[in-house]
Ligand binder design. Structure first.
Ligand SMILES: *Cc1c(COP(=O)(O)O)cnc(C)c1O
Length: 394
């Protein structure tokens, strides 16, 4: 099997698995308990906080452990909205290609009386900093723009966006779930006030993540209960998961430079190979993109059939994101970069992991070429295109 869906989730690293075992088998105490095994768990939790903070240039007290990226996004946005509301500011700025954890939270806030501006992206999937600056109003309380997109891999100019927000005194949140552990992220250098991350996107376990909140940014808790996480997130901590996440992140950050060079080379080989397919297009910026991300549209086919046939050949891929597949609507991200419905339906996302090889990439290229040709051979849409009855878009 070739696993090329690392944007959906990653395989846990051996280091991350080994790190969690002692906290499942031996040190299983509740970190809030006063006896030794509880206190050992507490100590492990705080060591993990120090490690995670160091990996993104934060202070340990600025890190809040959550159940993952979605929870961190919800809490960051709701907290900033609450701060804004107290000051009479109820305008939020985001963009059209955010993850649903962000978009659906914003929809709820709109229903609660907030106004949201969704900045368009350019055809390469990048937000124009000048457009952000223009959209900021006196009542803007929050800008939330992701660091890297989960579908098309586009990396936003976060430092510039953050600098604009800081200059205007507006809080800046970034969903960095696809970025943390893959590309350099430093909350201080990048002018970030709030940041979300998730362990299972960097070879840690599922169901655990963290929220960075700059000192002085007051968080609202989403879950009421005990006083864990300084009262900001009730519930007994996922000690084994948190310890494992910290180990996975330290490993990912330690290997980032070399992994990134290797993955970028493999990514570009894959892009070059798939570009040979006629009437296809690469989605997202060719250079400003995550090292392992490849996303194409092929005219005249359905992405879903493509995935099933690739699965038959032992290749795990995705069309759009895992969250939207299963629904018939084309990806909001592909529509936002200007792909029309028919083209957006024929999309394929391949996200390579650190253990991918050149041979894997070549196997994928051959498989995709064969499957696209096969599907086109009996596609009525393709027949009409070739007969000139309808015009090619790509
Ligand atoms: C995966 C993902 C999330 C959700 O993270 P979970 O830990 O699965 O809740 C949010 N944003 C982006 C960009 C993602 O890729």
């Amino acid at each position: 099997m070739i696993y090329a869906d690392n944007a959906a989730t990653t395989k846990m690293s051996k280091t991350a698995i080994a790190a969690m075992l002692p906290y499942l088998e031996d040190v299983y105490g509740n970190p809030s308990s006063l006896y030794v095994t509880g206190q050992k768990a507490k100590e492990a939790l705080e060591n993990a906080r120090v490690a995670v903070a160091r990996c993104i240039g934060a202070e340990p007290r600025e890190i809040l452990f959550t159940s993952g990226g979605s929870e961190a996004d919800n809490q960051a946005i709701r907290s900033a909205a609450a701060i804004g509301k107290k000051a009479g500011k109820t305008h939020i700025i985001s963009d059209a290609i955010e993850h649903h954890a962000v978009l659906h939270t914003l929809k709820k806030l709109e229903a609660e009386g907030f106004a949201v501006t969704y900045l368009p992206v350019q055809e390469n999937g990048i937000v124009d900093p000048a457009a952000l600056e223009e959209a900021i109003r006196p009542d803007t309380c929050l800008v939330t723009i992701m660091t890297a997109n989960n579908e098309i891999g586009t990396v936003q100019p976060v430092r510039t966006l953050g600098e604009i927000c800081r200059r205007h005194g507006v809080l800046f949140h970034t969903d960095a779930v696809q970025a943390v552990g893959h590309i350099p992220v430093n909350v201080k250098d990048d002018n970030i006030d709030l940041l979300s991350a998730s362990a299972h996107k960097f070879h840690g376990p599922k169901g655990v993540g963290f929220l960075y909140a700059k000192r002085g940014v007051r968080l609202e808790n989403l879950i009421e209960g005990g006083a864990q996480e300084r009262g900001l997130r009730a519930g007994t901590e996922n000690v084994a998961g948190i310890v494992s996440m910290a180990a996975a992140l330290e490993e990912a950050v330690g290997n980032m430079a070399q992994n990134s060079v290797r993955l970028t080379h493999l990514r570009d080989r894959l892009i070059a190979g798939l570009s040979d397919i006629p009437h296809s297009v690469l989605n997202g910026d060719a250079a400003q993109r995550l090292p392992g991300n490849v996303n194409f549209c092929f005219e005249g086919i359905e992405g879903e059939s493509l995935l099933l046939l690739l699965d038959d050949k032992g290749i795990c891929a995705s069309s759009g994101s895992a969250c939207t597949s299963g629904s018939l609507d084309p990806s909001h991200v592909l529509l936002a970069i200007g792909r029309v419905h028919d083209v957006a339906h024929g999309s394929l996302r391949l996200t390579l992991g650190e253990d991918a090889t050149e041979a894997d990439v070549d196997t994928i290229i051959e498989a995709v070429k064969a499957v696209v040709a096969h599907l086109r051979s009996f596609s009525p849409v393709w027949r009409d295109l070739c007969a000139g009855k309808t015009a090619f878009i790509l």
